[in-house]
Design a protein around this ligand. Sequence first.
Ligand SMILES: [Zn+2]
Length: 125
Amino acid sequence: MALMECYECEAEISDKALSCPHCGAPNNKAIEQQEIRQNISDVEKKLKSLVTKEKEIESQKSDAKRLQSTLGLLCIGALLLPLCGMVAIVISIVMLLDGRGGLGNLLVSILFTAIGSTIWMASMS
Ligand SMILES: [Zn+2]
């Protein structure tokens, strides 16, 4: 803390005092420095909030990517379901014609395919 002379009453005052404690004259230098400090802290606050916003946007982006890949996997799964069902239907028919399988296998396969196709169509629309 340095001392300086008041330009009004010439008393020694602190250079950090906003006004002279003796005559009340404003210390423009100290006021200016305080304003500069205030501006710097305002800018710092704005920077911090920008960084926070950027982080939020980044996390939203990665959330969206995760959702997209999950949806992609679901679509592939939904596509595989009716495909597996159709293969099962073919196998059931072959087994039925061969006299090795019952009608139950075929019905289950058809049901499986119908459910798979419904899910697939629902995910497409
Ligand atoms: Zn003074």
